[in-house]
Design a binder for this molecule. Structure first.
Ligand code: HEM
Length: 393
């Protein structure tokens, strides 16, 4: 058994040191053991991570998607196995279907254009708080039917949490923040009960799973998942893309000349930076990963981020190269839990890039700060000061 000193809550799990941690884990073996947080296996190879993601019967999500997998995480649907997981997905995926996203496209184009052009008119500012944070919130409002006041309060909770996530963010009150989001969702359901509206929130009031009505905790959890899963991820992905653009001005020029390349940039960013980095599972029976014996009950941390930089799958993986074929990356996961928001996120991000390409060049205008993983999976800039060139340079 190869040991690796990987603590999902360690301060070095941030940009740029996080990549060294993954390389150390890769060197320790395709499957390495970490003693931290009760002990767990770390899987870094592309084929191995994908194989585990495909085998949900052996590698369960029901003990939680974060380390420690102690069974206290109960987010719908990510912390559930079939058959309940299948029932939850049936309720959630239609909201995010390709047809739904196509219908939403004019709204996305209008909203992104307004946000980005207002930002450019001001000459720039902090891209995270002024564009990346409000964008998914506006989309969620339209998609799910949250009231503007709910979104405003949700924004406050996220901003508070986000500003505390910088390197020394140990003081971030995740439990309190989650409770505030749950309270908001309960208020939304109550408002829809007294004033019925035909939207996603309204539909949950009568929805069924497994032949019975959803209970209130399930409704709250589904709404909280839409809010949280669709928000931080998209926000990080948008800011990370813009960070790549300011770090590589040549790519700004290329995108401006050929906006049709925007989706290729999005895919390569998802591979290269993996805005959602690591997810946990627990073995339901004795199993084997890359020839290593995994005992029943063992926790396994699947590093999508490391798998997306596996040199056996992607040549020169640390290089950001939008000309490569990044298809097959694990940025949205794989198997039954694969992200149902992929089409929406890809569409939003490509529109964002095209819109930015119509504006003057972007420059970095100060220090960038990054979130730490802090046991979770979201990584992205917490502050990204941008200014637009005034002379077209
Ligand atoms: C760039 C943006 C995004 C990234 C990188 C991302 C990434 C992921 C990943 C890797 C998973 C799989 C987790 C696992 O296997 O345990 C996941 C699941 C999920 N994502 Fe996303 N996501 C993004 C955007 C969104 C959006 C916009 C929504 C909805 C509005 C969304 C909703 C969900 C949900 C509901 C799940 C749980 C699926 C399940 O357990 O079956 N995501 N996401």
């Amino acid at each position: 058994m190869s040991p690796v000193d990987l603590d999902p809550y360690a301060a070095d799990l941030t940009e740029p040191t996080v990549w060294e941690v993954y390389e150390a884990a890769r060197e320790a073996g395709p499957v390495a053991w970490s003693d931290r947080r009760g002990g767990f296996w770390v899987v870094t190879g592309y084929d191995d991570v994908r194989a585990v993601l495909r085998d949900a019967a052996t590698f369960s999500s029901a003990s939680g998607h974060r380390i420690p997998t102690d069974g206290t995480q109960r987010a719908v649907p990510i912390d559930f196995d079939p058959p309940l997981h299948t029932g939850y997905r049936k309720l959630m995926t239609p909201v995010l279907s390709p047809a739904r996203v196509r219908a939403l496209r004019p709204f996305l184009e209008r909203t992104i254009s307004e946000l980005v052009r207002a930002f450019a008119t001001r000459g720039g500012g902090d891209f995270v708080t002024e564009v990346a944070l409000p964008l998914p919130l506006a989309v969620l409002t339209e998609l799910v039917g949250f009231a503007p006041s709910t979104v405003e309060r949700f924004r406050e909770v996220t901003e508070q949490m986000w500003s505390g996530l910088d390197a020394d963010g140990a003081a971030v009150d995740f439990v309190g923040a989650r409770q505030r989001v749950y309270d908001l969702m309960a208020d939304e359901l109550a408002a829809h009960r007294s004033d019925p509206v035909d939207d996603v929130v309204g539909s949950l009031l009568t929805a069924e799973v497994d032949g019975r009505a959803l209970d209130e905790d399930e409704r709250i959890s589904i709404l909280a998942t839409f809010a949280v899963a669709g928000h931080e991820t998209t926000m990080n992905a948008a800011s990370t893309l813009v960070h790549l653009l300011v770090a590589h001005p040549e790519h700004q020029r290329r995108l401006r000349a050929d906006p049709e390349r925007a989706p290729a940039y999005v895919e390569e960013m998802l591979r290269h930076r993996s805005p959602a980095q690591n997810f946990a599972r627990r073995a339901t029976c004795p199993a084997s990963v890359a020839g290593h014996r995994i005992a029943e009950g063992d926790a396994v941390l699947l590093s999508l981020a490391a798998a997306n930089r596996d040199p056996e799958r992607f040549a020169d993986p640390a290089c950001f190269d939008p000309d490569r074929d990044a298809r097959g990356h694990l940025g949205f996961g794989w198997g039954i839990h694969q992200c149902p928001g992929g089409v929406l996120a890809r569409t939003e991000l490509a529109i964002l890039l095209r819109t930015l390409g119509e504006l003057p060049p972007l420059h970095l205008d100060g220090e960038v700060t990054w979130s730490g993983l802090q046991g979770g999976n979201h990584l992205g800039p917490t502050r990204l000061p941008i200014r637009f060139a005034t002379d077209g340079a």
